[in-house]
Write a protein that binds this ligand. Structure first.
Ligand code: PLP
Length: 394
């Protein structure tokens, strides 16, 4: 059967090979004194708050399971709007909030609405691989621009200005970023957005990790800059609901109608049960639990990053959010006689039973030097990983 060009253009997820090998080895060593520590996982080790779980069960029990509006339950859009006011001090009208099946559906809808064949979209290298694929699925071309540690592994306005060509339609960035956990500075984002606006383009910021921000300097939503910015968000990470498939996007008033039309046709609506459950995310008890967990993620970062640096796995920029560390393994590769981060990932998986994600899928700029560690594992697991890595590397 002949595949579409669109399907052929979607790149494979190479890290799945590493993840599969880690899972297979993990099973073998599960009952030994050295079970696998999975630091390759990009999802919180916590589950939804108790009130959220109860609300989901209530929705099922009460039969609140019919389709909702394509843009989501009005009450949920209102609660998200209130949360922007209480958490970030910004006013976002509920009418601009569209609830989606995870950030993934929001990114898909935004790219389908805004980009098409022949268009180019600027993105940082390294960046979350799927964001490129949403652009590709819309038949546009992602243009990756190499970032530097000095620029927090984010785009700069000068780069955007220099790379903007006749077919460029916009910029897609994630702040904080996966795989680096670093955010674009508000000052630089303002400058980027000015360049984009002056060219009549679109600024789309994936803010799925923003609620897991540790640093007031970076913890502001791009929405505070301008209503024309598109912001993507999710219940997956901060609200610990990865498998529930719920997220949202905030779009300018002028885009709501087209996004709604696309969402109606492509998805009908996001999961009704997940939406009823998510209403309970904004109860005081849930929010305070999520804040405790955010503090735990910060404590893990504060422990783990200095340890990586001591091990010679240099983390050039301290992550200011999310649960990732982007570490340079050049020194470790030299010591162990390995070619690159891909080999390093397989090597430490075998020697130390620690699974990490090599840089390869995240782009091509220096990604053969870098690996991504996830700190979405307990402190105990992180300590175990450090002890084992020390035995191999020091
Ligand atoms: C930067 C980024 N954007 C989007 C997503 C997709 O999230 P969701 O589960 O909300 O679809 C992820 C998932 O890891 C991510 O890291």
């Amino acid at each position: 059967m002949q595949l579409s060009d669109r399907a052929r253009n979607i790149a494979p997820f190479y890290v799945m090979e590493v993840a599969k090998a880690a899972a297979a080895l993990g099973q073998k060593v599960a009952h030994t004194d050295s079970p696998m520590v999975f630091l390759n996982i990009g999802e919180p080790d916590f589950t939804a708050a108790p009130l959220v779980q109860e609300a989901a069960m209530r929705a099922i029990h009460d039969g609140n399971t019919q389709y909702t509006a394509a843009t989501g339950l009005p009450m949920l859009r209102e609660r998200i709007s209130h949360w922007y006011a209480s958490r970030f001090g910004i006013q976002v009208a509920p009418s601009r909030i569209v609830v989606t099946a995870g950030a993934s559906a929001a990114l898909h809808l935004a790219c389908l609405a805004l980009f098409g064949a022949g268009d180019e979209v600027l993105m940082p290298d390294p960046s979350y691989p799927c964001n490129r694929q949403f652009v590709t699925a819309a038949e546009a071309t992602p243009v990756l621009l190499a970032t530097t540690a000095a620029g927090r592994f984010q785009l700069t306005a000068d780069q955007v200005q220099a790379a903007w060509g006749p077919h460029t339609r916009g910029v897609v960035l994630a702040s904080p970023s996966n795989p680096t956990g670093t955010s674009v500075s508000p000052h630089e984002l303002r400058r980027i957005h000015q360049v984009v606006q002056s060219r009549g383009g679109v600024t789309l910021v994936d803010e799925i990790y923003l609620p897991l921000s540790f640093d007031a300097e970076y913890g502001q939503s791009a929405l505070s800059l301008d209503d024309s910015i598109i912001s993507i968000n999710s219940f997956s990470k901060y609200f610990n609901m990865t498998g529930w498939r719920l997220g949202w996007m905030v779009v300018p008033d002028t885009l709501v109608e087209v996004i709604e039309r696309l969402a109606q046709n492509l998805f009908i609506c996001p999961s009704t049960i997940a939406q009823h459950a998510a209403l309970a995310c904004f109860e005081e008890a849930s929010l305070s639990l999520y804040e405790q967990r955010r503090a735990e993620f910060k404590a893990r970062r504060d422990y783990f990053i200095p340890q990586l640096n001591e091990l010679g796995l240099h983390v050039p920029v301290m992550p200011d959010g999310a649960f990732y560390a982007w570490a340079d393994c050049t020194q470790a590769c030299a010591k162990l006689g390995l070619k690159d981060s891909w080999e390093f990932a397989f090597d430490i998986m075998q020697r130390a039973h620690v699974a990490v994600t090599p840089g390869r899928d995240f782009g091509s700029a220096q990604t053969q030097q870098f690996v991504r560690f996830s700190t979405a594992s307990s402190m105990e697991q992180l300590r175990t990983a450090v002890t084992r890595l020390r035995a191999v590397l020091l």
